[in-house]
Design a protein around this ligand. Structure first.
Ligand SMILES: [Zn+2]
Length: 1022
């Protein structure tokens, strides 16, 4: 109580201070706000009931500021208390998004300072919204203000003098978005109250925000997951002590990774947030998260991705330091920055802001949870945490609301107060980006339009257009450097405001291992992952070549050339080919097992041959899907097999859908049909009777996947009910408990033995080898390996395999993250050693970006003296990350790695700390496997460890050299197709999708091309 009294007095003093500060700003404000508004400020009544509820709900007086410790009364505008019957952050309450939208509609009805927009529909069909709050005159002219920020975005079209006028007339737009991570539940509550406060409060502090800036709020960007989180909360409220169904699904596809979609932009939520961003051109794009103690304000440890404009780097720090300082002045502990994430990978949603010259940023606030709880912070005082969290904080939902709201109001007020500076910075970031594109290589990227995968090439260009960036097409042929440009080829110029996002999507990354440990992926080079040719142009003359700006999405029109009763469809690995097969499931189609010439065209192995084709029925699909087909009189004289349409089973676990969601998204997008079921159902058996192919995407690994699972004494349902109306959409059950079990594993084995095809990736590829069910396939755990989310090179080892049909190349880029490391054949023991060693603290390398990149290319390693690492390298002393035994990420832990790969300790730098290897050797091999039934290595890493890294980070490459990446392991009459890579990673690896699609389409003939041939199954087996 006494503490509270002191706090209130302190708040009063602060109020005086802010009034004095507002005096400074008032001359600035005079032009925009009428005196009557200022007069109203003094007279504004306080809502005593609401204010008392704030006090009562605040569990610790230290987590309260004068900005949020009260609520003004309003006769006209309904408060959250009036509307919901409780205040945001009141323990025991959580609000559905649909009800927040209803409240926002009521706000819009009642207040001329508010306008609500629908910004799109989610993957599960719910509305996403954005609410604008500003003064009445501004809300009336939102289009005018949007136009100003739009014009400041493109300095090619305005002179500096005009920009100056626009800056003076314009208003910064502060866009705040909540709860992309559904178990992080506080931000939608906070944003509900914030909207009301901004609309009605008349303190000079709030007036500054409302009159000088425009606030845009998306209360939850993961709407589908929000409703499920509230379902779970309600279930817990009504069933205390019973285990809740949990958050096995958030949105339709992925859980925590919904915030790793900023590069692929595959989820509807990312697409709509991007569109909304491009509609507003916000000055700040602020994403609200929850995890750590008590409030982390983003800046990052570095390395900062070099696409970040230098001004934005400073803005990150200025805003973070402002929030820290102002919260510290108000005696609120535990606000800190720096030591959380790095600033490297541009896949987070807030990077929509970063890559578009806005200020992209985020908070991590101590969890909301819905009930009060103690926080034993006991943090040390560090330079990035000058006012650490003491060990006796009582926390709770209202503390979460107080903390987030106070801090974001401070940031909003700072941006509003300095509106000209931030608008000028925004203009300058755009201007500098354009100038850099004119003066510094790369000047452009050229993507050949007529390349083999031309549908994919057009799709990538459409992604760039979706990002608001420009794509041109060449008007005529020309050459630039060593690159021959053909008419129609795509040109992405770098002298455009959104060049940073173009570099993100088209460039190659090198993450020096001398840097601190990365937070997520280190490499993502999209042309490599999409298996596309793209050329970085270092010759400035390209900017003066005649070219035409694409004004609509690029669309490849497919065609059938010639006439004849046989149709041959080229297999280019463009993913629409799989759509074509399933669209015409009743049409008999064959695959050519060898390359051949017909109609003057060379076809790669895998071309679809359709005898007696009904051209009228097929031609519309061919055209729509962008496929190339030839009509000829006779089928080619090559061995062929039927493309039998399989019945596909698709397995998920009840523990995590995080990783399988990306695979499912790819299947849905390309219309591959499947039966979706949970892993415990494998035990029911008769799998071969139901399915021809079973796809089991990454979901943890090894023995844990077999034995673990949802635990509990009583059944735990996951289904729709009165209390949980939003659950059970993708799949449902009366009991989530259990996992595959040994019985399920044996059923899977039986399924394969009886002629089924099991397709696994990442962790699920370890199950069979772990139980010695695929003789000759060995798992290794090299301790010195450090490959954190990198793009690595693989060699097409056996091009006769149907799994590699259509891949007309010798090397293929794949996404790989630490594990599994697989070796085929005898031996292997003792490999993977070296590179380890004790973690000796070293001298931090303060200029890791000065390290020369050590990358290779698909064509081969660079010339001698080039960019290869010296053997025994510049990196030593650190321990590599250990192989991926890790489970899928916990829903809660923000800091959990996104994937099962182990997290190595940070690397110390400097040769002097290199130490003897202590790596554990791999397991011994499986000798004596009959070559006729031995596993077939389809893709493998190159033998030269210096020829592995295409993009990202790699240390200890020798433990990957020569290892298998894709394996076809025959068992009985069937096959296990195992991928160590992740062919369907985060909507980025479209160039690998067909590895899986080929295995599906050719499921019944995977032995094609095999030498020596596999003996035919005995009649008994048939
Ligand atoms: Zn989060």
């Amino acid at each position: 109580m006494s503490i509270l009294a002191v706090r209130q007095r302190f708040a009063f003093i602060l109020l005086l201070c802010s009034l004095a500060a507002a005096g400074l700003a008032s001359t600035h404000l005079a032009a925009q706000s009428s005196p009557s508004k200022t007069a109203a400020a003094a007279a504004q009544k306080i809502d005593a009931e609401y204010t008392a509820k704030i006090t009562a709900a605040t569990p610790d007086a230290r987590i309260l500021t004068e900005l949020v410790d009260h609520m003004p009364a309003s006769d006209k505008v309904p408060s959250p208390l009036k509307f919901f019957g409780y205040i945001p952050g009141e323990p025991g309450h959580m609000t559905y998004h649909k009800d927040i939208v209803r409240y926002y509609e009521a706000l819009e009805q009642a207040s001329p300072r508010v306008k609500l927009f629908k910004i799109g529909v989610t993957d599960e069909g719910r509305d996403m919204v954005a609410l604008a709050v500003a003064d009445e005159a501004t809300i009336k002219q939102l289009d005018k203000y949007k136009q100003i920020t739009a014009r400041l975005t493109d300095p090619r079209k305005i002179a500096d003098a005009e920009a100056k006028q626009l800056i003076a007339a314009g208003k910064p737009i502060y866009y705040a978005s909540g709860s992309i991570h559904s178990p992080e539940t506080g931000s939608p509550e906070m944003l509900t109250e914030l909207a009301f406060r901004l609309a009605v409060e008349e303190t000079p502090f709030i007036q500054t925000i409302r009159n000088n800036a425009i606030v845009v709020i998306t209360p939850a960007s993961e709407v589908d997951g929000r409703e499920k989180a509230v379902d779970n909360f309600n279930y817990q409220q009504k069933n205390p002590g019973k285990p809740a169904p949990g958050m096995v699904y958030w949105g339709k596809y992925v859980q925590h990774d919904n915030n790793r979609d900023g590069i692929g932009v595959g989820l509807k939520l990312t697409q709509h947030m991007l569109k909304s961003f491009l509609d507003w051109h916000p000055t700040v794009f602020h994403d609200l998260h929850e995890s750590v103690t008590l409030l982390h304000v983003s800046t990052g440890t570095g390395p900062y991705n070099t696409i970040v404009d230098p001004i934005q780097v400073d803005e990150w720090w200025i805003l973070a330091q402002t929030e820290m300082m102002e919260m510290t002045k108000r005696d609120v502990p535990g606000v800190w920055t720096y030591n959380y994430y790095d600033g490297w990978v541009p896949n987070y949603m807030f990077w929509i802001g970063v890559t578009h010259n806005s200020i992209g940023r985020f908070y991590e606030t101590q969890s909301f949870r819905g009930a009060n709880y103690p926080v034993n912070g006991n943090q040390s005082r560090e330079w990035y945490r000058p006012n650490p969290t003491p060990n006796d904080i009582m926390w709770g939902p209202r503390a979460n609301v107080n903390m987030q709201q106070s801090a974001i109001l401070i940031a909003m007020n700072h941006v509003a107060k300095n509106k000209d500076t931030f608008l000028e910075n925004y203009y300058l970031k755009n201007k500098h980006t354009v100038e850099r594109g004119k003066t510094k290589a790369p000047f452009a990227y050229v993507i050949p339009a007529a390349q083999r995968r031309r549908v994919e090439a057009a799709d990538l260009m459409n992604l760039i257009r979706r990002e608001g960036a420009e794509v041109h097409t060449a008007n005529a042929a020309f050459s630039v450097g060593s690159v021959q440009v053909a008419p129609g080829d795509y040109i992405v110029r770098m002298d455009q405001p959104y060049a940073a996002v173009c570099e993100t999507l088209l460039g190659v990354q090198f993450y020096a291992p001398e840097n601190p440990r990365p937070y997520d992926d280190t490499g993502w080079s999209i042309p490599l992952l999409r298996n596309l040719k793209a050329y970085r142009i270092e010759d400035k003359s390209i900017l003066t070549q005649p070219m035409t700006l694409a004004s609509a999405d690029l669309k490849i029109a497919g065609a059938i050339a010639g006439t004849g009763r046989v149709l041959i469809v080229d297999h280019t690995t463009d993913n629409t080919l799989v759509t074509f097969r399933f669209q015409h499931a009743n049409v008999r189609m064959s695959a050519a097992e060898k390359e051949f010439d017909a109609a003057g065209h060379r076809f790669a192995p895998g071309a679809f041959v359709i005898a007696d084709a009904n051209r009228a029925a097929l031609e519309p699909s061919i055209k729509e899907l962008g496929l190339s087909a030839w009509a000829v009189d006779a089928a080619p004289n090559v061995p062929m097999h039927d493309l039998d349409v399989p019945r596909i089973g698709y397995v998920h676990t009840w523990q995590s859908t995080q990783d399988e969601g990306w695979v499912r998204m790819a299947f849905d997008h390309f219309k591959v049909p499947y039966t979706y079921f949970a892993s415990p159902k494998l035990k029911e058996g008769n799998l071969r009777g139901k399915y021809d192919v079973i796809v089991f995407p990454h979901a943890g690994s090894g023995t844990g996947l077999i034995t673990n699972g949802v635990q509990g004494a009583a059944p735990i349902p996951y289904k729709q009910s009165a209390d949980t109306p939003n659950l059970g959409i993708e799949d449902s059950t009366d009991d989530m408990r259990g996992n595959i079990g040994i019985e399920g594993l044996m059923e899977l084995y039986k399924f394969v033995q009886q002629g089924g095809v099991l397709i696994t990736e990442g962790g699920t590829s370890t199950i069979f080898p772990e139980y010695n069910l695929t003789p000759g396939v060995n798992l290794e755990q090299p301790e010195g390996l450090y490959a954190r989310g990198s793009v690595l090179k693989t060699i097409l080892n056996d091009k006769t395999s149907p799994v590699l049909y259509g891949f007309d190349q010798n090397a293929l880029a794949v996404y790989f993250n630490q594990a599994p490391v697989m070796r085929v054949g005898a031996g292997g023991g003792g490999f993977g050693g070296g590179r380890g060693g004790p973690n000796i603290p070293g001298i931090p390398n303060m200029q890791p970006n000065a390290v020369t990149p050590r990358l290779t290319t698909l064509e081969g390693p660079a010339a001698a003296g080039g960019t290869q690492p010296a053997s025994g390298g510049q990196v030593g002393g650190g321990r590599g990350g250990r192989g991926g035994r890790g489970a899928a990420p916990a829903a809660a832990g923000e800091a959990a790695p996104p994937e099962g790969g182990g997290r190595g300790a940070a690397f110390a730098s400097g040769d002097q700390f290199a130490s003897a290897g202590q790596g554990r050797g791999g397991r011994g091999g499986f000798g004596g496997v009959d070559p006729a039934t031995a596993p077939r290595v389809l893709l493998q890493f190159p033998n030269d460890p210096n020829d592995l890294l295409l993009s990202g980070v790699l240390v200890g490459g020798e433990s990957l050299a020569g290892r298998a990446v894709a394996i076809d392991a025959p068992i009985g009459k069937g096959h296990v197709i195992m991928f160590a890579n992740r062919p369907y990673w985060r909507w980025q690896t479209q160039g690998n999708f067909f590895l899986g699609f080929n295995a599906i389409l050719n499921w019944n003939d995977l032995d094609a091309g095999r030498t020596p041939a596999r003996p035919a199954p005995t009649s008994q087996e048939r």
